[in-house]
Write a protein that binds this ligand. Structure first.
Ligand SMILES: Cc1cc2nc3c(=O)[nH]c(=O)nc-3n(C[C@H](O)[C@H](O)[C@H](O)COP(=O)(O)O)c2cc1C
Ligand code: SF4
Length: 445
């Protein structure tokens, strides 16, 4: 079943024109690209910071931290810019498409920020699995050197910028900024305690500005249109547009750029054509798998940071996952928790042990071997993880599982009372845990 079409005005397509690729330098320049890097060379650090603050731009990596404020924190000394292209939060695939279709927007944003903070180098830390994306970036970097945008100062500045692509080895935790910096510095990719913050000690133990791909790629567009124009498209605390990765049980999955005033209904029904196969929505995840689920009655929530938080979840990385009524929430919880268990770096006990115990308990519930007490134990386990870990990965496991228990407790209990999974073998996750499901009688179709 196809939902109503969401008619986003063209003016809202600030970051990406999905009908036209800007992969090659000539295409990007023809669309006005690299003009902002040249224009910004004469502008002082304070001026750029103020423009970013006025624009209201918030980081797109997950936490939604105000970008202008972050730039203003940068310490004194040899500074570096690091781009977070790790993009490992399940459901998130926007940075990848941005790099593939518009790599020069990211490179131009890097040059603008490097010149503003006086950094001579940018390191783009890209997840190991993104081999093609790394190639596209390297090709765009090569073109930019040949054209003189990189490697020598642009007119109006004495700062020459180099950009390096550094491929990670495929660990989710290397998306967390301190783990990323440890890996970049040649150490094990594990988080470190803050302070010191990257703004004081990051790449090569120097003051480092670390931002997400989409955040930095937005900067040239903000300078082009001016902070006032950008921030005019706004909710109370969030401005502009953002790229939303839509996946799960939806008719037309993909990346869509929406104004922050749009709602999850606009995205899922309008852009995505509604739930796949005309089925019924059970719940949706608004901001990546670490975000608590929201029920369908929250579909009219705006996608902005503060509106999603007020609805009881988080806008996170902008990854929306649609869950239809065939899905067994116990299997879903097991799939999510098992991901975080596997990706826990093991450095701190509540996360290392807690995620493992969560998976063990969920396996018992799924297999019909748990007692009712063990459901309460799952909630207690969430209490023992949340807010007690070195980095937010532990919370990323506990928060969603707690939300599944809150909204679907009866489904968890039914796995204990009933002889089989109430969702039956049709659950999209049924095939993932065949060994557990074999212990249950098969429900007739
Ligand atoms: C476990 C974990 C994984 C993360 N993964 C990513 C990621 O893949 N990409 C990203 O940009 N930020 C990720 N972040 C957020 C970064 O730590 C950091 O806040 C962000 O890159 C800052 O950029 P921004 O201010 O532009 O959002 C992750 C955070 C945590 C705790
Ligand atoms: S919370 Fe998990 S991932 Fe983060 S430092 Fe502790 S063990 Fe490592």
């Amino acid at each position: 079943m196809q939902g109503p079409t969401f008619a986003a005005p063209r003016a809202d397509a600030i970051l990406l024109d999905f009908e036209g690729e800007r992969r090659a330098l000539a295409q990007y320049e023809a669309a006005g690209g690299w003009a902002q890097a040249k224009a910004a060379t004469g502008r002082a650090f304070d001026e750029i910071v103020q423009e970013l603050k006025d624009s209201g731009l918030r980081g797109r990596g997950g936490a939604g931290f105000p970008t202008g404020l972050k730039v203003s924190f940068i310490g004194k000394g040899d500074r570096f810019l690091v781009i977070n292209a790790d993009e490992s939060e399940p459901g998130t695939f926007k940075d990848r498409e941005l790099i593939l279709r518009n790599p020069h927007a990211l490179l131009e944003g890097c040059v603008i920020l490097c010149n503003a903070i006086g950094a001579k180098a940018t390191y783009i830390f890209i997840r190991g699995e993104y081999a093609t994306e790394a190639e596209v970036l390297n090709a765009a970097i090569e073109e930019s050197y040949a054209k003189g945008y990189l490697g020598k100062p642009l007119s109006g500045t004495s700062n020459a910028v180099d950009i390096y692509v550094h491929r990670g080895a495929g660990a989710y935790i290397c998306g967390e900024e301190t783990a990323l910096l440890s890996a970049l510095n040649g150490f094990r990719g594990q988080p470190t305690a803050k302070p010191p913050f990257p703004a004081v000690s990051g790449a090569w133990k120097s003051p480092t500005l670390l931002n997400n791909v989409e955040t930095v790629a937005t900067v040239p567009y903000i300078l082009a249109m001016g902070a006032q124009t950008y921030q005019a498209l706004r909710t109370e605390q969030t401005t502009g547009t953002r790229l939303m990765s839509l996946s799960g049980n939806v008719q037309r999955p993909g990346n869509y750029e929406l104004p922050v005033t749009a709602t999850y209904r606009d995205l899922i029904d309008g852009c995505g054509g509604g739930v796949a196969g005309g089925r019924t929505m059970k719940a949706f995840i608004p901001g990546g798998s670490s975000a608590p689920i929201l029920m369908p009655d929250m579909l009219d929530t705006q996608i902005a940071v503060e509106t999603t938080a007020a609805a009881g979840s988080m806008a996170g990385s902008g990854a929306v996952i649609v869950i239809d009524t065939r899905t067994c929430m116990v299997q879903f919880a097991l799939r999510v928790a098992d991901f975080y268990r596997h990706e826990s770096c093991g450095k701190c006990t509540p996360c290392r042990e807690g995620t493992r115990w969560m998976v063990e308990l969920l396996k018992r519930v799924e297999a019909g071997e748990a007692t009712m007490d063990e459901i309460d134990l799952l909630v207690e386990l969430c209490d023992r993880i949340e807010g007690k870990c070195l980095c937010p990965l532990g919370d990323a496991c506990a928060m969603p599982v707690r939300s599944y228990l809150k909204h679907f407790r009866a489904e968890f209990e039914a796995h204990i009372d009933a002889p089989a999974c109430p969702a039956g073998p049709a659950s999209p996750f049924g095939a993932l845990y065949p060994s557990l499901r074999r212990t249950l009688p098969v429900v007739p179709a």
